[in-house]
Design a protein around this ligand. Structure first.
Ligand SMILES: C[S@@+](CC[C@H](N)C(=O)[O-])C[C@H]1O[C@@H](n2cnc3c(N)ncnc32)[C@H](O)[C@@H]1O
Length: 193
């Protein structure tokens, strides 16, 4: 399906973002105060890199943004950004440059390769997010926050229940910059147990 070049596409061009997705993170961040100066952030599924661009500005030079993606990131980014090309199903703490310090926030804009069969795609997205939750168990600090992209549909209820076990506050977010016709929705867990 051909995507319309909307207001956010043109704004991203003007402001130097490599993708319009930056505005989804910006909206969620502004509403829920996710990213702060000096924070250590893990960005899963970070390519082409607009979340890296936004998050690195927010954490500043004393923070760190560690990106992970199957695909390379071809941008020039500030020194507080590190990128690892890897599959999150193979990822362990040892692969990351953490210096023994857990992340304050984990963000994931990952989407599985879609098949067009809505229920199968939603299941794949659930499997990705369950892996992210597993990783958060090891890599996210107590009271830390986790933001993941999910698909609307039955598996979302299952994911939400799992989030409620690990986080004191769980919210669904559909930013204005996320296309209304898209099934994507973001799930935010705050206050990790
Ligand atoms: C929508 S894009 C992310 C866009 C990014 N947030 C940005 O602002 O530029 C989703 C990314 O998830 C990555 N991805 C999907 N499955 C993955 C996996 N198992 N491990 C690592 N990355 C994965 C894809 O390669 C793709 O680059």
């Amino acid at each position: 399906m051909k995507k319309i070049k909307d207001h956010y596409y043109h704004q991203a061009k003007k402001e130097g973002y490599v993708a319009r997705s930056a505005y989804k993170l910006e909206e969620i961040d502004k509403k829920h105060q996710l990213l702060r100066k000096g924070y250590f952030v893990l960005d899963l599924g970070c390519s082409p890199g607009s979340w890296l661009q936004y998050a690195s500005k927010k954490v500043g030079p004393k923070g760190l943004v560690q990106g992970v993606d199957l695909q390379p990131v071809k941008l020039s980014l500030p020194s507080q950004v590190k990128v690892l090309q890897a599959d999150i199903f193979d990822l362990t703490a040892k692969d990351l440059d953490m210096d023994g310090k857990p992340f304050d926030v984990i963000i994931s804009d990952m989407a599985p390769k879609t098949s067009g069969i809505r229920s199968a795609d939603a299941q794949r997205s659930l499997a990705l997010n369950q892996q992210v939750l597993d990783l958060a168990g090891d890599l996210l600090r107590p009271q830390g926050s986790l933001l993941v992209k999910a698909f609307q549909g039955a598996p979302l209820d299952e994911l939400r229940s799992t989030f409620r076990v690990s986080f004191s506050k769980v919210k669904l977010c559909k930013p204005k910059s996320s296309r209304a016709e898209s099934v994507e929705i973001f799930l935010l867990g705050q206050g990790k147990n």
